[in-house]
Design a protein around this ligand. Sequence first.
Ligand code: ATP
Ligand code: MG
Length: 363
Amino acid sequence: MAKIELKSLEHRYESSHKGKSAFAIEDLNIAWEDGTANALLGPSGCGKTTILNIISGLIKPTSGEVLFDGTRVNDLPTRERHIAQVFQFPVVYDTMSVFDNLAFPLRNRGQDESVVRARTGEIMELLDLSKLANTKSGSLNPAEKQIVSLGRGIARTDTMAVLLDEPLTVIDPVLKLDLRRKLRLAQHELKLTMIYVTHDQHEALTFADHVTIMKDGAVMQSDTPEALFLTPRTPFVGYFIGSPGMNRLPCEKTSTGLSVAGSPIAIQESIGLAANKLDGTIELGIRPEFVETSIEEKPSWNRMAIRSVDYAGAYQVLNLESGTVRIKARVEERFPSQEGDFIWAHFPADKTHIYVDGERLDR
Ligand SMILES: Nc1ncnc2c1ncn2[C@@H]1O[C@H](COP(=O)(O)OP(=O)(O)OP(=O)(O)O)[C@@H](O)[C@H]1O
Ligand SMILES: [Mg+2]
């Protein structure tokens, strides 16, 4: 396995519906360390598949470099890059047994049959496929076929990285969790460099140690799941990660503090002082789980009306409003209030982010 790096990478497709000059990806710099579990997360069309295809060599980038363990591979053909790619839909030979499917990439590389047997056995063990070893792949259900596909992806020992493009799309939601766990186990046991592409934040955050969030062909933030949650670098990241996402409050400075489209908001003094020193557009961000709420009046908190309540089993989400200020607050399932009630909401300073011109202020 290898460390995979992209340096100042750009790609422009010849025929793009966005117009000839539109970049599919622009000025990308990402490093994925050897033997780590990574996710590439972003909305449809942000360039995830383009990146995987550039790493494997299926697409030649317009400019920039692809490095494996520090060596430039831009001019290496796909076959010599030793990248394993797993796609959305299973790629298995229906007429072959599960064993032969898994052994195929190894035999194809001329491995000794004893090595083939040992490695195929190890992969079947990791993915719980041993009992299906002699089953013809054509008779497997779609989930089993995709597990075999994943197995084929990780079978070779000489690969530089395993790239997975939305690999669990065809899998039933109940089985997804189990399959993700198996995949994670295989990654860990075999110390694979994995890049897992998805537009599902839950999948990315539960699978990977390191998640890169993309939007419109650019990296918004590359970080641990915890850092993405606690210190989102841009309002987009704060909103994209979390359920519901971070509250975003575009603010204006006033003589007494901050307001949102004319409605003053109560904030802690340190936030007001920090914001008042800044030039540029200011946005506050606070996650629904960090908004403090009280059904009793609290001085210097925000008096807000409960517009509606979304029940989510173990918790509720209150949709709160005060003038033009609209926020969500996540509260416990038994929170004693309902639509139409007024409550008091507080934004603790240490959980409130200040964004200046779209970038988080480090305080
Ligand atoms: N063969 C192509 N020709 C022209 N434009 C393309 C081609 N493939 C992708 N694009 C454009 O490049 C951009 C990035 O596409 P890409 O497929 O990499 O996104 P993605 O993040 O994988 O999306 P999805 O989540 O839908 O799979 C999009 O604007 C897309 O329309
Ligand atoms: Mg894609």
